[in-house]
Design a protein around this ligand. Structure first.
Ligand code: R5P
Length: 280
């Protein structure tokens, strides 16, 4: 198998190639004068893994073009971060199911699809190719173990993330709990106060996505006011929209860590090994 990626997932693709012993295919990316994307791949064989996160419209178009360039070679698609996956409900008449539109578009021409900690596994039904969702919860657990916290409390910001937090916590046999979150707007949440044994402890809030940082900044404020020694934020997908990283640090979070499903300066653990094991 060869590995090929869009511009948006080059580091992860290189790590997958190294981890699996497969070759990485070189791709030239450019734009036409009117702004349209152009790309040209190096030599592609049968059995190719196409890697591309959807972080915005450009990354989506580039991924569609790359899949098309691999047509005829039964490409397997890895979408490390699938943007638009959170828009899977129609709140008002006339709205699209954006997750469905993206899933359908990316299913065409691929033999299989892998996603990583997709926000809602229900979205997987919209793919028209066989699909599997991989989880980085054990990878985050291993990272926290390396950080060497003594007796940390692992917290999910809401009930939806609780099963994920439990897998992270199982790595070190750490305590685990979850908060109760209500979303007020795109970047504002309300978190119900809850009495937790945080006094003098390192608390790690784990979540699938950090987008605006509102969820974790709000939770961190509550935990620090309850006497937590430190608050760390660890997620799979570090979107960090609109100054989210600074917002988290300003709220008192001591350390922010994400994976390389979206390549960020704070990508502290990689999805590569999980992907290679999952595909094998
Ligand atoms: C939502 O349910 C997700 O699991 C995350 O909690 C959410 O996407 C985080 O968003 P933000 O960082 O904007 O609060």
């Amino acid at each position: 198998m060869k590995i090929i990626s869009t511009e948006y997932s080059q580091v992860l693709a290189a790590r997958i190639a190294r981890e699996s012993g497969c070759d990485l295919v070189d791709v030239k990316f450019s734009r036409f004068p009117d702004g349209e994307h152009y790309l040209r791949t190096g030599s592609v064989d049968n059995e190719i893994l196409v890697v591309g996160s959807v972080v915005d419209s450009d990354s989506f178009v580039q991924l569609l073009l790359l899949i098309d360039a691999c047509e005829g070679f039964s490409p397997v698609l890895l979408i490390p971060y699938m943007g638009y996956a959170r828009q899977d409900k129609q709140f008002h008449a006339g709205e699209p199911l954006s997750a469905r539109a993206v899933a359908r578009g990316l299913s065409s021409g691929v033999s299989r699809v892998y996603t990583i900690n997709i926000h809602d596994p229900g979205v997987l039904r919209h793919f028209t190719a066989p699909v599997m969702n991989l989880s980085l919860a054990p990878e985050i657990g291993a990272y926290l173990d390396r950080c060497g916290h003594a007796n940390p409390l692992i917290l999910a910001p809401d009930g939806g993330a609780a099963p994920f937090a439990r897998i992270v916590a199982a790595t070190g046999g750490w305590d685990c709990d979850h908060l109760q979150k209500t979303r007020i707007s795109g970047d504002e949440v309300r978190i119900e106060p809850k009495s937790l044994p945080v006094e003098g402890r390192d608390v790690v809030i784990v979540d699938d996505i950090i987008s605006t940082g509102g969820t974790i900044a709000t939770a961190a404020g509550i935990l620090l006011s309850q006497g937590a020694l430190t608050v760390t934020a660890a997620c799979v997908h570090g979107v960090f929209a609109g100054g989210a990283y600074a917002r988290l640090i300003a709220s008192g979070v001591a350390r922010v860590a994400a994976s390389d499903t979206i390549e960020q300066a704070c990508s502290a653990y990689s999805a590569a090994e999980t992907v290679v094991n999952g595909i094998r």
